[in-house]
Design a protein around this ligand. Structure first.
Ligand code: 87F
Length: 522
């Protein structure tokens, strides 16, 4: 259903002239560059050069690279995805009676150093402001890498009696961690957006319950919204947040690179911070008691995991539930056709869909051919395209084209809204199922060191019986160190397969205590 080809050619030329004027001096552009600038297709395939593929997909309206390494501009298309996740999660937090707040960006050295144990390992990543204008600041200020040391002095001030508990706060903000390893848009950036929840309870039981309640919300973001399958589990001693008691996480897996990726974490901090920051209260018996605390976060990394999971050689594929535009309606006029009639049918379709709560948009631009528009919206990942041409107008129908599997259907215009609703649900489910099957195909259950080494070479998500000893994990890390990073534990899944009596640890030969996922990771 492409439009006339001369028109497409003309558009290509116009775009190139514009770009040339804006970005380069005299002299022609190479053919590949022309292709890129027009937005028609990617220059590399996902399976051939994953890194370059990912960067090209991100650069298509999600991200703009910035002149500071590791910092990226989130363009409206990715910001809109973040906002949809924000709306879901924020509403859930309100149901849990968590209150939003905002603490300052800057941390005084005194506050930061008050808690040395957990900060120690992270110190090289803390960015500092040392000057205002040309003069040195009297006291340099840290930029928050996380807000424990910012918030907890005030928890100590605000919590006095048992009636002040539980205290459940959340903030949506940016944080800065001056990473040195390989920056990647969304996945590892020096500044990123997140929500950080910090809560305090009278009892450990309440804290334990909330850890899992929040982890379940994180699972829902990944599985129900982003259509990314995850594993819920417990972090090892070596991988948990050092300042806390235990860390739970959800873990995703990227088949193309064979790497695990931590999707979000929910920590029980125990009473460690309460001790350091003197967060005490008077209990019902009039005695002084210490609070139990949790903290939990998910970040804009979610978007990167989703892109990596679903994208294909045509670009992004967005699950309907997080797509800023769920349906794009494109007119396909021919020279002698009733162009106005087609345009009106497009607008009427968008109105009907919008009224039903579907995020729909029309693309009536007259300086792009239908074919160019198809590619452009495919690249942006819009889950469903509706085409309306002269024949469709005549037959009172539209053509739907699914982004996830390319399936085309001609649908009568009566009943379209219901049909589109169903299609969006099907696309969402199919994307999750396909992603799950791809991940399942990567899981390898191993019993011995040799099997482990081979599975690692084959980029598998490894499930292994383990003795759960910190030294053994450190040893495995040492033995697998290479250019692509060492293997480590991802998590011990809550959903444990049976561990027969006498099963031995794959790495130490000691009795195994649990099944644990291992792999290289982001
Ligand atoms: C980098 C620099 C300084 C991670 C850091 O996961 C400090 C830190 O404390 C740091 N990188 N962390 C751990 C963050 C733990 C915790 N904070 C609240 C969370 C959830 C949200």
């Amino acid at each position: 259903m492409d439009g006339p080809s001369e028109k497409k050619e003309k558009v290509v030329k116009e775009k190139v002239v514009k770009e040339k004027g804006a970005t380069s001096g005299p002299g022609g552009k190479k053919k590949k560059d022309v292709k890129k600038e027009t937005g028609l297709g990617l220059s590399v395939k996902k399976d051939e050069n994953f890194g370059e593929w990912y960067s090209e997909v991100c650069k298509h309206e999600m991200i703009e690279y910035y002149d500071i390494s590791g910092c990226y501009i989130l363009r409206p298309w990715s910001m809109a995805i973040w906002e949809i996740m924000h709306a879901f999660f924020d509403a859930e937090l309100k149901k849990m009676k968590v209150k939003n707040c905002y603490f300052p960006l800057f941390v005084s050295p005194g506050a930061l150093e008050r808690e040395t144990d957990h900060i120690e390992g992270f110190a090289p990543e803390v960015a500092w402001v040392t000057k205002s204008g040309k003069s040195d600041l009297e006291v340099p200020l840290a930029i928050r890498p996380t807000s424990e040391t910012v918030m907890y002095p005030y928890f100590s001030k605000w919590i006095r009696g048992h009636r002040d508990l539980p205290l459940k706060l959340n903030q949506w903000c940016n944080v800065v961690r001056w990473e040195f390893s390989n920056p990647t848009p969304f996945i590892r950036s020096r500044e990123f957006l997140w929500q950080e929840g910090h809560t305090a309870f009278a009892t450990k039981e309440e804290a334990d319950e909330e850890v899992l309640q929040v982890l379940e919300l994180y699972r829902r973001i990944y599985e129900e919204y982003l259509a990314v399958p995850i594993v819920k589990g417990m972090k090892s001693e070596n991988e948990k947040f050092a300042g806390g008691l235990y860390t739970t996480s959800i873990e995703a897996f990227i088949p193309n690179t064979g790497r695990g990726v931590q999707g979000a974490t929910s920590h029980c901090l125990g009473q460690n911070f309460a001790k350091m920051f003197e967060i005490n209260y008077e209990n019902e018996k009039g005695e002084t008691a210490m609070v139990w605390q949790n903290s939990w976060a998910y970040t804009t990394r979610t978007i990167g995991v989703m892109i990596m999971t679903h994208g294909d050689d045509k670009g992004l594929i967005l699950p309907p539930k997080i797509a800023p535009v769920q349906v794009v309606v494109i007119p396909v006029p021919y020279k002698d056709a009733n162009t106005q009639g087609i345009f009106d049918a497009c607008s009427a379709t968008v109105s009907a869909l919008s009224e039903a709560g579907i995020r729909a948009e029309e693309d009536l631009r007259d300086n792009y051919s239908p074919g160019w528009k198809y590619s452009n919206w495919e690249m942006k990942g819009v889950p469903l395209r509706i085409e309306i041409g002269p024949r469709d107008l005549e037959n009172d129908q539209v053509r739907t084209v699914r982004r996830d599997n390319g399936v085309k259907e001609d649908i009568p215009r009566g009943g379209l809204v219901e049909h589109v609703k169903e299609l969006l649900v099907k696309i969402q489910e199919n994307m999750f199922e396909v992603a799950k099957q791809k991940r399942e195909a990567c899981v390898e259950v191993i019993k011995t060191w040799d099997e482990f080494s081979n599975a690692l070479k084959e980029k598998k998500l490894i499930l292994a019986p383990w003795c759960d000893e910190k030294e053994v994990e450190i040893d495995v890390k040492g033995r697998t160190k290479g250019e692509t990073g060492a293997a480590k534990t991802l998590c011990s899944p809550f959903d444990q397969p049976e561990l027969p009596e006498g099963t031995l640890c794959f790495a130490s030969g000691k009795p195994a205590k649990k099944w644990t996922y291992w792999g290289r990771s982001y």
